[in-house]
Ligand binder design. Structure first.
Ligand code: 5GP
Ligand code: ZN
Length: 139
C-alpha cells in the first residue's frame, strides 16, 4: 500500500534494522523499543490485521517467530519473551499493517501492562453465554 509505513519498510523506501527476511516475511527492530531486542515481524504483502491476513502469510509470520525467538534467547538470554499482536485502533493498533511484536523481558525490566492485568472472578453465566454466541458464529 502506497502510504503504509511498513510497506515502505518492505520496499526499502525507509530504512530499518533488518533481523530476518524470507519470501513472505520481513522482521526488523522496533524504533521505539519497549525493551532491548524488541522486534516486529510483518508479512511483506499488506494486510491490516488478523481479520484480513491470508492464512499463508499468517503462518509465515508465526513460523518466522520461532526462528527469531530462538535467536533472541541465544543472544540476549531473556527471562521471557512476550509475543504481542494488536488488532484495530480500539486495541491500540497504531500501524495498520499486521505485525507481531516480540518483546524480550530482561531481569529488572518494568512490568508489561498487557501481561499484568488484574485477575477478577467472572460472572459465569455471562462468560458461558458469550462463549456460546462466539462458538455458534465460528465458521
Ligand atoms: P502497534 O501499536 O501498532 O502494535 O505498534 C506499532 C509499532 O511500530 C510501535 O511499537 C512503533 O514503535 C513501531 N514503529 C512505528 N513506526 C516505525 C518505523 O518507522 N520503524 C520501525 N522500525 N518501527 C516503527
Ligand atoms: Zn502495509
Amino acid at each position: 500500500m502506497e502510504d503504509c509505513i511498513f510497506c515502505k519498510i518492505v520496499r526499502g523506501d525507509i530504512p530499518s534494522f533488518r533481523v530476518y527476511e524470507d519470501e513472505k516475511v520481513f522482521a526488523f527492530a522496533d524504533i521505539n523499543p519497549i525493551s532491548t531486542g524488541h522486534t516486529l515481524i510483518i508479512p511483506k504483502r499488506h494486510s491490516r490485521d488478523l481479520w484480513e491476513i491470508p492464512e499463508d502469510d499468517l503462518s509465515a509470520v508465526h513460523l518466522a517467530s520461532i526462528k527469531i525467538i530462538r535467536a533472541i534467547r541465544e543472544v540476549l538470554k531473556p527471562t521471557g519473551v512476550a509475543c504481542v499482536q494488536l488488532n484495530g485502533p480500539g486495541a491500540n493498533q497504531v500501524v495498520l499493517h499486521y505485525h507481531l511484536h516480540l518483546v524480550p523481558r530482561m531481569e529488572g525490566d518494568p512490568e508489561l501492562p498487557v501481561a499484568t492485568w488484574e485477575i477478577r472472578e467472572g460472572d459465569m453465566e455471562a462468560v458461558k453465554e458469550t462463549a456460546r454466541r462466539i462458538a455458534a458464529a465460528v465458521g
